[in-house]
Design a protein around this ligand. Structure first.
Ligand SMILES: Cc1ncc(COP(=O)(O)O)c(C=O)c1O
Length: 367
């Protein structure tokens, strides 16, 4: 059986003519930077999330960096986040000269444990970056209360969670700024890199747009320190086609997650939870298992693809080692990095494939 971890080509083939027409239209128009397709996507994404402003940029990583630049976060500031995330969350904090301060995660949701946040706040704390990991919302209500009480900015890292909900509202609508990624394997993925920032604040929206365009509003006049980070017009045209299918695709992933849950019921593997307050969109379907590395070898032999997100938490990465003391520990994070394994999860997965994957994993534990 030929199973992919993600199947971007399979998904493309289903909507090939719509995508091909959109790409060709841009190629023939000669408008390759910004223009109507990017503006339309910004309007469509803002409507989708029900926020006032959406600003396209070149990647989710840039979105995070530009968001922090717009909020004026920089040297000597501290930003509270999780160590169990993709590197970009922490890399961008470090790039702007600030210090990442980590709180541990919950073992069942993999998201930041809100009850640890207040202990991590110091006089230098400027912001919190909750990461809606694997497609599930962080517990945003208590997080926003803490942020308000301590006068901290909130930048949501929703790079894995476009379409996920908290309390009936889309993630990305709670923070001062929210950042998403259109990396090809995301639930809403482009055919290259891309990203977007969201905000309800008019002046922040203007700043985000200017920073992405070399700090400029009027050509060759630069009011702010900026970067060159624009969403490619071709990518925007593709994303405008794909956005129409996002809810259907997210619901399909949810249905696939419940198939996996049933197949693994009453077994040794721990299936991912869906918090009662939210709607999980299963960017990843991540198990916690015993003997993870042995299982990984077994799956390789059986030609079943899998992902280990993430094998090393960021507080233990060499690049960021100077931010923590040698004895700094995050017990839950350090435990789950040894146990997590993500299974194929995408819109082209069949029940037959899921049955084969589950049967193989259960065989490993029963043999
Ligand atoms: C949680 C998280 N933050 C940030 C990013 C960065 O996004 P990008 O790859 O578009 O730069 C990603 C995506 O890969 C991500 O998963």
């Amino acid at each position: 059986m030929n199973i992919h971890l993600v199947d971007v080509v399979g998904q493309y083939k289903k909507i090939k003519s719509e995508i091909d027409n959109a790409v060709l239209r841009v190629v023939e128009s000669g408008q390759y930077i910004l223009g109507k397709d990017v503006s339309e996507l910004e309007i469509n994404c803002a409507k989708y999330l029900n926020v006032k402003h959406a600003v396209g940029c070149a990647s989710g990583t840039d979105a995070l960096q530009v968001a922090m630049m717009a909020l004026g976060i920089g040297k000597d500031d501290e930003v509270i986040t999780t160590s169990f995330t993709f590197v970009a969350t922490v890399e961008t904090i470090a790039l702007i000269g600030a210090k990442p301060v980590y709180v541990d995660v919950e073992a069942d949701s993999f998201n930041m444990n809100i009850s640890h946040i207040e202990k991590a706040i110091t006089k230098k704390t400027k912001a919190i970056i909750p990461v809606h990991l694997f497609g599930q919302s962080v517990d945003m209500q208590p997080l926003m209360e803490i942020a308000k009480k301590h006068n901290l900015y909130v930048t949501e890292d929703m790079c894995q969670a476009i379409g996920a909900e908290y309390d009936g509202k889309k993630v990305g609508t709670f923070g001062d700024i929210s950042c998403t990624s259109f990396f090809p394997s995301k639930n809403l993925g482009a055919f290259g890199d891309g990203g977007m920032m969201f905000t309800n604040n008019d002046s922040l929206a203007t700043k985000l747009r200017m920073i992405c365009n070399h700090g400029s509003n009027v050509r060759y006049y630069h009011e702010l320190l900026g970067v060159n980070s624009r969403l490619d017009t071709i990518q925007a045209a593709i994303l405008n086609v794909k956005l129409k299918y996002l809810d259907e695709w997210n619901n399909q992933r949810r249905a696939e997650a419940s198939v996996y849950n049933k197949l693994f019921a009453n077994s040794k593997v721990m299936t991912p939870i869906e918090n009662s307050f939210g709607k999980h969109i299963y960017h990843q379907y991540t198990l916690r298992v015993e003997r993870r590395d042995e299982l990984a070898e077994y799956l390789k032999e059986k030609k079943i693809p899998f992902g280990i997100y993430y094998p090393v938490p960021l507080h233990q990465q060499k690049a960021f080692s100077h931010f923590v003391e040698d004895n700094f520990r995050l017990p839950v994070t350090e435990q789950i990095v040894k146990e997590v394994i993500s299974l194929p999860m995408h819109t082209e997965l069949t029940i037959g494939m899921q049955e084969y994957i589950a049967k193989t994993i259960l065989e490993f534990y029963n043999s």
